[in-house]
Design a protein. Structure first.
Length: 278
């Protein structure tokens, strides 16, 4: 079976070469799919097409998704059909607050363009705007929901569009389906729920030194509805870093120095904080 896969991939790459299409094969690090998605997100491309490994797009999908990539659009998704399921999505709102009481609008054919707040499974997105949540476990439960909702929170439109159907085969093996530890799913669900519960806030987590907190005070008045977790509450009032860990798991996503390294930052610390939180 592995030899068959290698043969198929070999022929596929030969076709790409023959058509003059540049390609690169990048191996994951077995930390979870969100890590490899974040790698693609930060490779310098304008748009990235996220496709689940068990989803088969129809030939027209990428072109039809790309047709909607206007300047105020953050992500575009089409229908993701999983047979024999037949969900009634006619009244779906696509709002994050309804995620546990309605099916995802992508779970049936889409007849017209609709603005939503999050997407599922496979979509085309504007890269380098928002980060995948690497605090999730290796099963990365809810990672695409958090990611597309993050783009929405950044002020971009999230669209579902017609004539862009993929077939979700729901392969029972491989990827996160090989992980049977339900605790990991529960941990991710807790992080997801906590983040959604704070969706009307700008979460600020300050893990730096005293000087970093002083610099942050110049930015704080401009942040919309902040919920602050701080090491120096006498300088920047807020809740403890321990609480941040309990609510959101790994908090490296809020480490301004990690961000500056990822951005190859050459500006000031104050401007880096502005990029993070404004």
């Amino acid at each position: 079976q592995d030899m068959r896969k290698e043969l198929v991939y070999s022929h596929f790459f030969e076709i790409l070469n023959a058509k003059g299409i540049k390609w690169e094969w990048v191996y994951a690090h077995k930390k979870g799919q969100h890590y490899i998605h974040q790698m693609a997100n930060t490779m310098g491309f304008d748009w990235v097409w996220r496709v689940d490994d068990d989803a088969i797009p129809e030939p027209n999908v990428l072109q039809n998704l790309f047709n909607y990539t206007h300047k105020n659009v953050g992500a575009v998704g089409g229908a993701i059909i999983t047979l024999p399921s037949n969900f009634d999505t006619s009244k779906c709102t696509g709002k994050i607050e309804h995620i546990n009481i309605e099916p995802n609008i992508q779970w049936n054919y889409i007849n017209k363009v609709k603005e939503v707040e999050h997407l599922h499974c496979s979509f085309l997105y504007r890269a380098g705007v928002y980060d995948y949540n690497l605090a999730l476990s290796k099963v990365a439960h809810r990672e695409e929901t958090l990611f597309t909702y993050g783009l929405f929170k950044k002020g971009y439109k999230i669209l579902t569009v017609p004539n862009a159907t993929s077939w979700h085969l729901k392969n029972p093996n491989g990827g996160i389906r090989s992980e049977s530890n339900e605790i990991l799913y529960g941990q991710d669900e807790t992080i997801f729920n906590n983040l959604i519960n704070y969706s009307d806030k700008t979460i600020v987590i300050l893990t730096g030194g005293m000087g970093d907190h002083i610099v942050f005070t110049h930015v704080m008045p401009d942040i919309t509805n902040p919920e602050i977790f701080t090491c120096y509450p006498d300088i920047v009032p807020g809740r403890s870093i321990a609480e941040a860990h309990q609510l959101f798991g790994n908090i490296d996503a809020w480490n301004v120095y990690i961000k500056m390294y990822q951005w190859k930052w050459k500006g000031s610390l104050e401007d880096a904080y502005r990029k993070m939180y404004l």
